[in-house]
Design a protein. Structure first.
Length: 185
């Protein structure tokens, strides 16, 4: 990927943030393609993920992911946490410096790419659950498909995702990404 990694992060924030902003409070209890989470719980998972990665990048330990990270302004909480995480990624040497990941220590760029893929995948989940367009940043979504397939091929994905599903003919890149992550599209 020749694109600046921070630009990829920014594009994922824009894609997922647009979906976040389109979620209505009356949809918070609706189901999502992530069957274990409602819309609000999935939004909280994404913001909590930003907070967890902030802790990993700054040498902190695990955070309590059961906390409410959204407060009264879910879209604002997403934007604020994404901006704070981006600041850590943009720090001198952050993308090269080893940081803990679920797969052992890896350079910070690995964490950045994990966030990009998660924002794109869960952005799709939220869009699907709330009746918004799932046609999220096609070029970025296409790149994330390869990340899922590489994760599976490496054996590091474990049971985090279901088996890859078929995508219908003419599916958008984001729909194909969702299928690669095990979602039925």
């Amino acid at each position: 990927m020749s694109e600046n990694p921070l630009a990829r992060f920014d594009r994922a924030v824009l894609a997922a943030g647009t979906v976040f902003a389109g979620v209505k409070p009356e949809q918070f209890d609706d189901p999502t393609p992530c069957t274990e989470w409602s819309v609000r719980q999935l939004m909280n998972h994404l913001v909590g993920g930003h907070r967890q990665f902030m802790s990993m990048l700054s040498g902190g330990g695990p955070i309590d992911r059961s906390l409410d990270f959204l407060g009264a302004d879910a879209a604002g909480a997403f934007q604020e946490s994404a901006a704070a995480l981006r600041e850590l990624f943009a720090a001198e040497g952050a993308l090269e410096r080893p940081a803990p990941t679920p797969f052992g220590e890896r350079p910070g760029i690995v964490l950045l790419e994990m966030r990009v893929t998660e924002m794109m995948t869960h952005g799709w989940d939220l869009a699907r659950a709330t009746g918004q367009s799932t046609d999220l940043d096609p070029e970025l979504a296409e790149g994330c498909i390869g990340a899922f397939r590489a994760l599976r091929a490496s054996g590091r994905g474990g049971d985090m995702f279901g088996p890859e599903q078929p995508a219908p003919a003419g599916a958008t890149a984001a729909d194909r990404l969702a299928a690669a992550a095990g979602r039925r599209v």
